[in-house]
Design a protein around this ligand. Structure first.
Ligand SMILES: [Cu+2]
Length: 166
């Protein structure tokens, strides 16, 4: 429990530091050389069993390749790293063992990004509603673990409820 509280504390410090830097309005977190900008989710469909977490960007300011390896949360049974790709007219989904965050690079896990990356919440324990906030733990190969706060919101580009299904 103490460990968990410490993580929240450090995450809050990181978040405050990012809020103080000019030009950033979204929330963000830092661990080691990794900065995580604006983790968010969308309201889940009525009766929906799954949810999706997106991250506006993950940036690697270090000089070694890092990798997002896994995620955990208490709002779902488990979290999987997914890649979504169109195969003709068919949307295909597959699980990834990790997402590379290249040296000096920035990877978007935002909704609608062409790479199709997202974090899938499998087995939601309760519906996700607009305005909710919940913690998600992220594990990076080099930078280690960080707890981020995910904001549930309807993206500006969304004109219909989340239809992401498996
Ligand atoms: Cu998925």
């Amino acid at each position: 429990m103490k460990h968990w509280i410490q993580r929240i504390f450090y995450a809050t410090i990181s978040m405050t530091m990012i809020f103080m830097s000019p030009g950033l309005s979204a929330h963000g977190f830092e661990v080691g050389d990794i900065s995580i900008k604006h983790p968010y989710s969308t309201p889940s469909m009525a009766g929906g069993k799954n949810g999706v977490v997106y991250i506006k960007s993950i940036k690697n300011a270090g000089n070694v390749l890092d990798q997002l390896l896994s995620a955990t949360t208490q709002v779902a049974d488990r979290v999987e790293i997914h890649e979504m790709k169109m195969d003709g007219d068919v949307m295909k989904m597959r699980s990834l063992t990790g997402i590379d965050i290249p040296v000096g690079g920035e990877v978007s896990i935002a909704k609608g990004n062409p790479n199709g990356y997202h974090l899938m919440l499998m087995g939601l324990k309760k519906p996700l509603k607009e305005g909710d906030k919940f913690p998600v733990g992220l594990t990076f190969k080099k930078a280690g673990q960080v707890e981020v706060e995910v904001w549930v919101q309807t993206p500006a580009d969304a004109n219909k409820p989340e239809e992401h299904k498996h």
